[in-house]
Write a new protein. Structure first.
Length: 272
C-alpha cells in the first residue's frame, strides 16, 4: 500500500507540474513585446517635378514619424508599422516661385532577427510594403497645371541593425534602418496631359506605371541613438533621409528630405 501511495503521490505531483508548465508556456505564447517610437523632425527639402516646372526648389520641411514594432515571445519574427508625414515649403533659385509639398506614407513590414555578440547586436532582415500619397502645388501656375498628385505602392527589401551598450550607468541603443524599393506601381500623368483629360474626359494614357529600382531609384534610411532616462522614459535623436525619385512618362520628379529627428521610445509588454 505504501508503494502505491508513493506512486500515486508522484503521479499527482507530475500532473500538477505538467499543468503549471503548460500554463506557463501558454502564457509565454501570449506575451507580445511592443516598441513604439514617436518622432518629430525638421530639415531641408529639394524638389523637382518637370510636369509643373523645370526649376528645382529648395526649402524647409517638417516630418512626423511613428513606428511600432511588435514581436511574440519565443519567436524571431517581428512586425513593423510606420506612419510618416512630410509637410514642406520651397522656393526656386530666384526666390520668385514657391512650391508646397505634402506626403503621407504607410509602411508595413515583416522581419527576421538574429542576436549576436552576447545579445548586444541585433540584425533584422525582411521586406516592407510602402503605400505613399501626396501632392505638389506650385503657387505661380494658377492657370495651367498648378498641382501634381502622387500615389505609389512599393515593395522594399529592408534591413535593421541595432547595437545595445551601457555607458555612464545608462542603457543606450544605436539603430540603423535601410529600405530600397525593388518594384511597384505609381500614378503619373503623361507628358503634356492635363488632369482634366484624365479625370473629366477619361483619356487614359499610361497613367498607371509599373516601376522598378531603375525607373524609381529611391532610397530611405534612418540612423538614431536612444538613451534610457528612467524606467518609463527613453529619449532618441537621429537622422532621416528619404529620397524619392522617378522618371516615367517622359517626366522627371524627385523629393529629397533630410531631417534631424527627436523623439521618445516606449517599450510595452502585452498579455493577451
Amino acid at each position: 500500500m505504501s508503494n502505491k501511495r508513493v506512486l500515486f503521490s508522484l503521479a499527482a505531483l507530475f500532473t500538477c507540474w505538467s499543468g503549471l508548465f503548460a500554463q506557463e508556456s501558454d502564457a509565454q505564447r501570449h506575451l507580445r513585446h511592443v516598441t513604439k517610437h514617436y518622432q518629430v523632425g525638421v530639415g531641408n527639402v529639394n524638389i523637382l517635378d518637370t510636369y509643373l516646372s523645370q526649376e528645382k526648389y529648395r526649402g524647409t520641411g517638417l516630418t512626423l514619424l511613428s513606428l511600432r514594432e511588435s514581436r511574440k515571445e519565443g519567436t524571431s519574427w517581428s512586425t513593423l508599422i510606420q506612419n510618416q508625414l512630410h509637410l514642406s515649403t520651397a522656393k526656386d533659385r530666384a526666390g520668385n516661385e514657391s512650391m508646397l509639398e505634402g506626403s503621407y506614407n504607410f509602411m508595413w513590414g515583416r522581419y527576421y532577427r538574429w542576436k549576436l555578440m552576447n545579445d548586444c547586436l541585433h540584425l533584422q532582415a525582411g521586406a516592407m510594403a510602402n503605400l505613399g500619397m501626396g501632392f505638389l502645388y506650385n503657387t505661380r501656375n494658377t492657370a495651367n497645371n498648378p498641382a501634381q498628385g502622387r500615389l505609389s505602392l512599393n515593395v522594399m527589401p529592408s534591413g535593421i541593425a541595432a547595437y545595445h551598450f551601457t555607458l555612464w550607468k545608462r542603457q543606450w541603443q544605436v539603430r540603423y534602418e535601410l529600405e530600397l524599393p525593388l518594384l511597384g506601381v505609381m500614378f503619373s500623368p503623361n507628358y503634356g496631359q492635363s488632369y482634366y483629360e484624365i479625370f473629366s474626359l477619361g483619356n487614359y494614357d499610361h497613367n498607371i506605371v509599373p516601376t522598378t529600382f531603375v525607373a524609381a531609384p529611391s532610397f530611405r534610411q534612418q540612423l538614431g541613438i536612444s538613451c534610457v532616462i528612467s524606467r518609463g522614459l527613453t529619449l532618441s535623436v537621429g537622422y532621416l533621409g528619404d529620397w524619392q525619385q522617378a522618371q516615367v512618362n517622359n517626366l522627371k520628379q524627385h523629393v529629397y528630405h533630410n531631417a534631424v529627428m527627436l523623439g521618445i521610445v516606449k517599450n510595452v509588454t502585452i498579455i493577451k
